[in-house]
Design a protein around this ligand. Sequence first.
Ligand SMILES: NC(=O)C1=CN([C@@H]2O[C@H](COP(=O)(O)OP(=O)(O)OC[C@H]3O[C@@H](n4cnc5c(N)ncnc54)[C@H](O)[C@@H]3O)[C@@H](O)[C@H]2O)C=CC1
Ligand SMILES: O=C(CO)COP(=O)(O)O
Length: 337
Amino acid sequence: MAKVSILGAGAWGTAIAILLGNNGHEVTLWSALPAEVELLKNDRELKDKLPGVKLPDSVIISDDLESSCKDKDLIVFAVASPYVRKTAKMARPFIRENQIVVNVGKGIEESTLDTLTDILKEELNNADVAVMSGPSHAEEVSRGIPTTCVVGADSKATAYFIQDVFMSERFRVYTSPDVIGIELGGSIKNVIALAAGVADGLGFGDNTKAALMTRGIAEISRLGIAMGGKIETFAGLSGVGDLFVTCTSKHSRNRNAGYLIGKGYTMDEAMAEVKQVVEGVYSAKAALALAKKYNVEMPIVEQINLVLFENKSAEEAVADLLLRDKRREYSELKWNK
Ligand SMILES: NC(=O)C1=CN([C@@H]2O[C@H](COP(=O)(O)OP(=O)(O)OC[C@H]3O[C@@H](n4cnc5c(N)ncnc54)[C@H](O)[C@@H]3O)[C@@H](O)[C@H]2O)C=CC1
Ligand SMILES: O=C(CO)COP(=O)(O)O
């Protein structure tokens, strides 16, 4: 059994603590937020986000970062993306050489365009940093609903180790060397899910949703490949898999925020209503900046940025998407005559 610490005790960190506690590991769940620590210590349950699911008795709740990081086989970063760098800086003095760390958050830092594994590699410079992602809502993982994810790591040994720690009869883990592809799939699907939610809020139908998802994965793949990701990853769990779940699930924070925006809420009102982190809002500008940097067309990402940050009406954005210049579905496919 492994000694594991989870940094970040929101919905996802807590669901992972439940999974790994039930897998028989020695688990510590740490948070920087005193209210979160207090709540979990008192109730052994994240009542507002995962009601009715208790933490296993063995899981230790902590607000002490030093002891949480000391002598651990694995450190899981489950922090909302805007706080990953800050948390990594705080943890840095306590991270030993070659410490295995896995990011399970999904986002891109707006100011640097770094992925979350980039940030962890920079801030924890002696650590062995990996990523785990896939279609995995905390609400379902915490209840033992069958789920699959993929772990990306630079070394096979690290990927296999993390796979062993997480695998259970209800949580299947695949491995991959494509760290950047997994990071981008997980982050940018949130931006597409906002658009899918907007379409739902406007009262559009399944055709619209399927169009956004299909053209959305085309955008994600184009950017991901330009940045060194592999096409297979975007057809996999951290590509279409996560896009499907985020664009369609009642649990999705991004889809639900988009839905409210489609109904006429402002971005801030929608985020306040959803209450939990809406990562797509933080990643939208970064995705657009990456598209420009890598000279890749991302029209859905472009339009959702205009809706979120430039007050463009959602109806107008949809019309502009449909009336873009005519083109082939995939420019790589050519006629012989
Ligand atoms: N909720 C889910 O089903 C899943 C979430 N994720 C990803 O995991 C990450 C965390 O998501 P959730 O747990 O859902 O979010 P959440 O909103 O429930 O919790 C975010 C957590 O970030 C930390 N945090 C917030 N403000 C902070 C601050 N000022 N300083 C330091 N830490 C702070 C806290 O521990 C907080 O609970 C996100 O990147 C999300 O995309 C990935 C897979 C599933
Ligand atoms: O990434 C997630 C599930 O895989 C969670 O994000 P959403 O809540 O927006 O779907």
